[in-house]
Design a protein around this ligand. Sequence first.
Ligand code: LIP
Length: 334
Amino acid sequence: MAELSQTDLDGIYAFAVKLGKDAGALLWKTAQLRMGDDAASAAEKDHVEKENAVDLVTETDENVEAFIKEQIAQKYPSHKFVGEESYSKGASRDYLIDDEPTWCVDPIDGTVNYIHLFPMFCVSVAFIYKSKPVIGVINAPFLRQFFSSCSGRGAWLNETQPLPLVRNPVPPMPENAPKGCVFSCEWGKDRRDQPDGNMHRKIESFVNMAAEIGGRDGRGGMVHGMRSLGSATLDLAYVAMGSFDIWWEGGCWEWDVAAGIAILNEAGGLITTANPPQDEATCTIEEVKLGSRLYLAIRAAGPSSTETGRQSQERTVREVWRRVRNLDYSRPGA
Ligand code: LIP
């Protein structure tokens, strides 16, 4: 495998930015069709169920992915491609990303939002090299928000606003985090009403984070607010902005998070596992495994008089782990 230089990466980044814009324009055109009342609009309004009644796909998911795949195949025929819709059609649920140059794409992240025309939907394009997302492009056409980053080139909103938004100085994490934080989380697609299953463990964790300090047997977090955008990609982009302090989710896939992880890393954020390790109070905080389906993200943080920014991020991770339950989203090869 040929080594990619910064110049190579810059070229791939410029291509990814144009691809994100073109795919976003396609998505916006069909979104407007959904607002219409002619025959074309009617056809556009269909959707199909995949794994269950909340795992949905539209013709636009398929078309936008096919467009992106074709553009990449023309420009970089040797690069690998992992896309939500082409992957979902296969039987395997293996983790396919290795050190080879790979594009990881979600044509519409927030498909349910798109179907209901709730503006939190976007195109997500990531370039992965040596198993790490090094380029991320997210285009949310309804919001007119375009997020992008390239390793060594910073993270940006609409190509002009550097991330995080508050940066002179970047504030440390709140002293009693998660108290004082905006906590973002998602219900996800596993809605099985099983005692102590994923859904009930999420609910218990959400209530812990919301409850008053001292409540819930000492697990109350008294967060400033709870938010659910219905899009892991935009949740991560908003952590990269610093608008969300924390994002916690289990169940989404590499295409839902790869671009967001690239952008948050370049903005100075921290991403690790959603599941509290045995020795959560003392263990080393490992970088997240892209295919783990378990994610905990913390915004960029600056130093305080007593801590480095990283120390305040790690303190926050441990305080979140103390309040959330382990989730089960195992898969072969991750
Ligand atoms: C969505 C994720 C979201 C998750 C949803 C779904 P999709 O991706 O972005 O975080 O909670 O269940 O997985 O299906 O819209 O690409």
